[in-house]
Structures are given as structure tokens and as C-alpha cells.
Design a protein around this ligand. Structure first.
Ligand code: GCO
Length: 463
């Protein structure tokens, strides 16, 4: 059976998976460095390619020699003005915040959202080009991570329809770069990547096959974006159309047959393949909040994550009335505001470190619960992402959302790529872990969430 190499380039790491007949033969993870400050967030293109090369070379020879197809999942919304420095501005880069707020007041705003399916937000390459174009030569190429890696492997700056559909520059209905949007930005199609279908296969360059010790002929499948692939893998693996990923960020998504758009809600609607779209709502405050908590509160304990089950067992639902607003990173859906910050509410002398940790996790999940309500009310959810590697957090999520949650290790972008390529038959059992709702806990969280959201809405109304 053919050996597949999936490469997932996320916000904080490159993940490698070698798969054959639904089995992972080899997996590894390699950290990626992000530079900048609270507003500017970028990776270095040359460094990313170096880490990627090291990651591929670290795969044992015996597997590398057998690889027949390679494909890439890449983080959404990256923008790399293709000059010497190859800075890749990430989804979390907010340089375009002012420019996009001004754009939202123009007549074009509703139609650009309807054409592109991308929320009008600083994250999008559309917003970034709007804000940054005067700093670069007029004819510069505006690429992203996908074009960078596909150019490296195939010699052509290719971008798949799915990744393109998260740029705000792509017409998801006609499957082409939008003429109206490009005209507005005063850029030419030739300045963007070459569009291909996610399943398009292209030969790898001979020098690449030689450098990495692959066979003389290896196919590169263009692949898609990480969020869309996580949604597809979750759907394929567990049969649930609704899913939640908590990686660095978080998103609740629905796999749909047609494009579903709502200008008021600013949901995203990205292309997956000719049969499916992935629509949903993203949050800035996912696993990055837990990592922050691990840094601040984890010092005395050897392993913050290993201790979470104990901490949750020792504390009570609602963390003794302590609330935590998780907006340390601004927020996207449903508030779409950078003018919102995090913090504890009603912290008193009775609260201990363990209550604070509990309230951080509850705050994060209560915030996600609002997105679940928006995108997948009363539905079973397939869950994925690093956050759920701690199983007890799957239980907590089910109790807070009131939704049965299905976790499978395959609910990840690399498997999304593999399923797109092979459409394999899967084992009958639908997920390894099923988290059912504890009704008594859910009732308590219902009361807590009502208060929680009233308070957030009041805080926002005061801004
Ligand atoms: O579906 C998603 O996951 C979101 O729409 C994206 O905006 C991600 O948050 C971003 O790509 C970071 O991974």
C-alpha cells in the first residue's frame, strides 16, 4: 500500500505524519518561532523552510524512500510579501486593524464578504494588503505559507482553492481570484499564487527528491488549510458534521453542502472541495490561553497539564464564583473586537491558585460555548486539537456545551489530507473517546453561563 507523507504547518509547530493503510508509521513535531509584538506577528520564511527541511530529513530513511505522495496543510490567512526578507505575517497579526475598520464602512464591504466568505477582519490577507501595500513595490508578489512551500517543492507558487478562500481575495462561488476585490486593491492576478484544486497532484522537483532521499518521482498534492482539514477529518472519522478545534486559536465549524453566509454574524465560509464548504466561527483565545496559564501558574508543579485532572477534581463547578474573561488576545467571533481584554472578575481572598486555574479553563470553554450555540446548537460535536489531549477537558467541554463530544486522534489536518487523497474505508467504531453530558453538571453550567454572558455584554456595552 502507498505511503503518504502529510505535513501540517500550524501557528506554533510543523507536524509530520507518515501514514499507510490508516496507520501512522512515524510522527514528529518541530517548533516554529514567531516574532513581533502585540500588534505585529510574523514568522521568517527562510527559517520556516529550514525547519521544514530538518523535519523531513528526520524521518527515518526506510519510510522516506517509500513515500509516494506528499501534501500540505497550512495555517490560514498568512501573507508573505515575496521580497528578500520573506516575512510571513500570521492570522494573529493586527497591523490591519484600523484599515479594515475603515473598509467596513464602505459600500463594498457587504459584497466583498459575500464573494469571499472571509470575515472582514485584520486577520485576512485582504486587510493586510490594504494596510501594507504602500510599504512595498507596486508589483510585489503577495504570497503566503502555501505558495512558499509549494514553490520550494514543485518550483511553482501554487495555492489551493481552500487556502485561497481564507484570503478574502478569492471568489468562492466562481473559484477564481475576485476581479472586483483585486481591482479595489489595485493588484493584478499575476501578483498572487497560481490556483489549483486541493487534490491536484504535481511532480516534486528532481532536486527535492534527491535532497530528501525520496524516490525519483513523488507527487505533491496541493492540500488545503488547517481549519478546513481538521473539520473534514473530524467529519470523515466520526460522521459528525459539526466540530470544534482548540489549537492555538479555536473554531467551531460545520461541513456544509453549499456556501452559508451571514454578513451580520460574519461567519467564515471556506471552500473544501467540489462537494463541501466549511462554515463557522473562530476565536483568538484557545490553547494559547492554556499555555499562558501553564507559564504563569505551572511553575511549582512539574507538569501543569498532567495535574489538571487533580485540579479539576479538587475544585467546584463555577470556581467559587470566580469568573475569567479569556480575551487576552482580543477576540474574533462573535464580538469581532480588538478593544476587549481579559481578566478575573470577583477575585477574593478565598480563591486559591487551583480556583484560578479552574476559572481560566471554564472561561475559555464558556466563551467557546457561545460559538457552539451560534454554529451548531444542540448538535453532537467532534473535537480536536492539542487542548483535548488532556481527556478530562473533553468531559468538561461536554458538560459546558451540553453536547456529546467525540474525540479521535485522527480528527487532525494530516488525516484530513490523507482522507482527501485516499478516501479510505474506516474501522466501524466511530471514535475512541465519547464524552457524554452529565445532566446535573450541565444544569449548573447553564446558570453560570447565563450570568457570564450578561456580564460580558454589559462590559462590551460600556466600551
Ligand atoms: O477555521 C479556523 O480555524 C479559523 O477560521 C482560522 O482563522 C484559524 O483560527 C487560524 O487559521 C489559525 O489557525
Amino acid at each position: 500500500m502507498a505511503v503518504f507523507l502529510g505535513i501540517d504547518i500550524g501557528t506554533t509547530a510543523i507536524k509530520i505524519g507518515v501514514i499507510q493503510s490508516n496507520q501512522v508509521l512515524y510522527a514528529s513535531e518541530h517548533r516554529l518561532q514567531t516574532y513581533g509584538d502585540d500588534t505585529v506577528k510574523y514568522q521568517k520564511g527562510h527559517e520556516l523552510l529550514m525547519t521544514l527541511s530538518e523535519a523531513v530529513l528526520a524521518i527515518p530513511n526506510v519510510f522516506r524512500q517509500q513515500v509516494e505522495t506528499i501534501s500540505f496543510s497550512t495555517a490560514m490567512h498568512s501573507l508573505m510579501p515575496d521580497d528578500e526578507s520573506k516575512k510571513i505575517f500570521l492570522w494573529s497579526d493586527f497591523q490591519a486593524a484600523i484599515a479594515i475598520e475603515a473598509f467596513k464602512k464602505t459600500n463594498e464591504a457587504p459584497s466583498f464578504y459575500e464573494i469571499s466568505g472571509t470575515p472582514l477582519h485584520a486577520m485576512s490577507p485582504f486587510a493586510k494588503i490594504l494596510a501594507l501595500r504602500s510599504e512595498y513595490p507596486q508589483d510585489i508578489h503577495w504570497y503566503g505559507i502555501k505558495e512558499l512551500v509549494l514553490q520550494y517543492f514543485t518550483g511553482k507558487p501554487l495555492i489551493d482553492y481552500s487556502t485561497a478562500s481564507a484570503t478574502g481575495l478569492f471568489d468562492i462561488h466562481k473559484r477564481q481570484w475576485s476581479k472586483a476585490i483585486l481591482t479595489y486593491l489595485k493588484i493584478e492576478e499575476a501578483q498572487l499564487g497560481e490556483l489549483v484544486d486541493p487534490t491536484q497532484l504535481v511532480e516534486a522537483l528532481p532536486e527535492i527528491c534527491q535532497k530528501f532521499g525520496f524516490k525519483t518521482s513523488v507527487s505533491i498534492m496541493a492540500g488545503a488549510s488547517d481549519g478546513v482539514l481538521a473539520a473534514y477529518a473530524s467529519f470523515y472519522r466520526t460522521g459528525r458534521t459539526a466540530s470544534l478545534t482548540i489549537g492555538t486559536s479555536a473554531a467551531v465549524r460545520q461541513v456544509t453542502r453549499s456556501a452559508k453566509l451571514n454578513y451580520k454574524k460574519q461567519n467564515f465560509c471556506y471552500y473544501l472541495n467540489e462537494h463541501y464548504y466549511v462554515c463557522g466561527a473562530p476565536s483568538n483565545n484557545g490553547g494559547c490561553i492554556l499555555s499562558w496559564a501553564a507559564e504563569q501558574f505551572g511553575k511549582e508543579s512539574l507538569d501543569f497539564f498532567a495535574n489538571l485532572p487533580d485540579i479539576l477534581a479538587q475544585t467546584e463547578i463555577g470556581a467559587k464564583n470566580l469568573r475569567f474573561w479569556p480575551f487576552l488576545n482580543g477576540e474574533r467571533a462573535p464580538y469581532w473586537s480588538n478593544d476587549i481584554a481579559g481578566g478575573f472578575q470577583d477575585l477574593t481572598l478565598q480563591h486559591q491558585r487551583k480556583d484560578m486555574i479552574r476559572s481560566i479553563i471554564e472561561g475559555l470553554l464558556l466563551n467557546v460555548a457561545r460559538l457552539v450555540k451560534l454554529v451548531a446548537p444542540n448538535e453532537e460535536l467532534s473535537i480536536s486539537g492539542g487542548f483535548f489531549q488532556t481527556a478530562v477537558l473533553g468531559e468538561l467541554a461536554a458538560d459546558i456545551f451540553g453536547s456529546t463530544c467525540y474525540y479521535a486522534v485522527e480528527n487532525e489536518p494530516i488525516f484530513g489530507l490523507y482522507y482527501l487523497l485516499e478516501q479510505p474505508e474506516l474501522p466501524k467504531e466511530k471514535a475512541k473517546q465519547i464524552f457524554r453530558v452529565n445532566q446535573a453538571n450541565y444544569n449548573k453550567y447553564q446558570a453560570i453561563s447565563k450570568k457570564y454572558f450578561e456580564e460580558i455584554d454589559q462590559l462590551l456595552a460600556q466600551k
